[in-house]
Design a protein around this ligand. Sequence first.
Ligand SMILES: C[S@@+](CC[C@H](N)C(=O)[O-])C[C@H]1O[C@@H](n2cnc3c(N)ncnc32)[C@H](O)[C@@H]1O
Length: 350
Amino acid sequence: MNGTTAPAPADRLRAALDVLLDGLPERGTAAAVERLIHHYRGRTPTDAPILRDRADAAAYAAYRMPATFGAVSAALDALAARLPGWEPASHLDVGGGTGAAIWAADAVWPGGGRPVTVLDWAGPALDLGRELARGAGAPSALRASEWRRARLAPGLDLPAAELVTVSYVLGELTGETRDALVDAVARTAGRVAVFVEPGTPEGFARVRRVRERLVGAGMRLLAPCPHDGECPIVPGADWCHFAARIGRSALHRRVKGGELGHEDEKYSWVAVVRPPLPEGASPAAARIVRRPRVRKGLVLLNLCTRDEGLREETVTRRDREAYRAARRATWGDASDPTPTTGDTDPDAGG
Ligand SMILES: C[S@@+](CC[C@H](N)C(=O)[O-])C[C@H]1O[C@@H](n2cnc3c(N)ncnc32)[C@H](O)[C@@H]1O
């Protein structure tokens, strides 16, 4: 040990963004952020890129990239737990913008030396993403990444890659292009495809449709769902989403406003694998789909389960092991349903 530790991937990205965005005229960036917020609220597919120039791309990177990086990292982390020993030999990020998902993939499977390609129609976003990936703080594995201009539209063909990511893109596409993209991913993803969308009812509705379409095309569900069958969530009544805690840098606070040192990025996601499943790979038996609620002597878990759909589980102190695990559990964790009966009471005898 030499006493120094490598910075965490999120800190690394934040430091790289600070360097790249340092000296940007604050007023211009704030105006570009306003414009982006306005656009994303409208959520309408556009005929031309929203990220039109460097100020837009810089605003996106400062305002959104730490959060999309956080969400995609959390999703890929949870996916990697279901695919022990697997690493992608190549990565294609579709609608990759400034490249949050390639930083996330490198955080989960570091130093792979794999070919990495980012596709997007917004030249300024690709330019800024390329600079970030070639910058001093970037992981060396991203330096050779390829940044290609491409328009997603019906009839599109994607280059083949073992891992394909599509994060925060579908909301900007027409329904027809969305379906065409999902079908293209189903044709070309060598092994794994991951879609991440905002954790809103609309984002989840898109993920749900992707899920059905990919399973219909013969892919197998790996996460977060515990099975390939029909999603038990009643459309309109609820939506499946998770939260990633994002630390905010001073620059991020300045650009986004707000005083808090962190925010929770809500996201919905789905990951599929081309069969046969690699050895050791399997969906979780159940997943925690809400923040666990801790009460005196018990923990309430909302689970989406393989065999029993959605159900609430009460884990009491009586079941010492399960209770300990439940106290540590967080929203989004995989979980093996645990029996609530047990013959030892941790309260008994102190
Ligand atoms: C919200 S950004 C997400 C960027 C990145 N994937 C992330 O997670 O941070 C949406 C991206 O999709 C791209 N995009 C939207 N419509 C597109 C189209 N028709 N063809 C190519 N790229 C498109 C945009 O240029 C933008 O970079």
